[in-house]
Design a protein around this ligand. Sequence first.
Ligand SMILES: *Cc1c(COP(=O)(O)O)cnc(C)c1O
Length: 421
Amino acid sequence: MPEKTVPFTLAQLEQIEKAHPTPFHLYDERGIRENARRLKAAFSWNPGFREYFAVKACPNPFLMALLREEGFGMDCSSLSELLLSERVGVTGEGIMFTSNDTPAEEFVKAKGLGAIINLDDLSHLAFLESCAGVPERLCFRYNPGPLKGGNAIIGNPEQAKYGFTREQLFEGYRLAKAKGVRRFGLHTMVASNELNPQYFIDTAEILFDLVAALSRELGITFEFVNMGGGIGIPYRPEQAAVDLERVGQGVRQAYETRLLGAGHPPLKLYLECGRMVTGPYGFLVSRVRHIKRTYKTYAGLDACMANLMRPALYGAYHHISVPAKAGQPCDTLYDVTGSLCENNDKFAVDRLLPELAPGDLVVIHDAGAHGHAMGFQYNGKLRSAELLAREDGSVVLIRRAETAADYFATLDFDALSAFRA
Ligand SMILES: *Cc1c(COP(=O)(O)O)cnc(C)c1O
């Protein structure tokens, strides 16, 4: 079985730990940049190609700044994400705003920033007009319903709350054109953590056929097609990463035959991946606190699901390495737990690992997306620091660990004193 590797030596991790006690999230700049370049290269045949990083995966402005340098835009879906992008210096068509159940203030902010607004529903067109005005450029999110199978994380498109039906798209673009929209885009997002390259090619085919039909019937020309995100990552050692080159070439063939072949002029292709951009390049570094033996054997870490809740939330697999014991047999069965008063606070259940002892350093893989980002403070647990290992070998603190003062920041204890007096 192929092994998952950690791009840091034990000595490096121990050195980092001197300044930044565990647990912490550690991101690998080189890995992120090389991967970003692979993604761009796979679509370099399309002159306008752009990846909009789905900010929710890892909303850290240092990482966003790094991705901006690689030419990425930002895919935002909340006011805070819009503000974050603005702070990083990404505005205008560098932002794709894809929200749902959207409040007026978010449309106002997105329009103010000149972001590409992607509407989730036909009724939002009038809502947008009333709160922010109709922009010159507009995109709609398509839900292909029964045309497309789903998966466990995003669900079946017919059951998904997102997007327009096909009929609504025809009505929507007609209406938008009548309201003065001149620049059109089409978007969909139907997969999550999908590892089959053909899935993305099939999605592109559906979108290109739809664009050809919409432009034929409505007399509009599309400026871009956003194929969404959802490219999966190999969480398990036996899985393989998506062959980006194959996706790029498959999409190219569909583009040439179904779009250009149908007489549509060239348009720009966008992706809005999050998980595959940062996921594999983030590691949760923790130490074993206690070993407990009852009906099972538990390795209790100093990290908990406040740092990474995917295993607890979805039963997701995250690989665990023990760098100091890399050569030793994985012959001891553990539940690897955190300290939250929730029995699902487990990073792994029935995992074979080298025999562990208190103090052992463990590295949890693929924590760079939906890791720190999903953190929470339930049970008074505090979110850990985020660190970036630079290409030059230096390490930068890109978000400090929370303290009790952060936990109490929204409380007014003076008001409590007055309340009790
Ligand atoms: C979450 C999300 C993405 C990114 O999905 P990944 O699986 O992280 O690639 C892109 N677009 C929208 C609208 C999303 O909600």
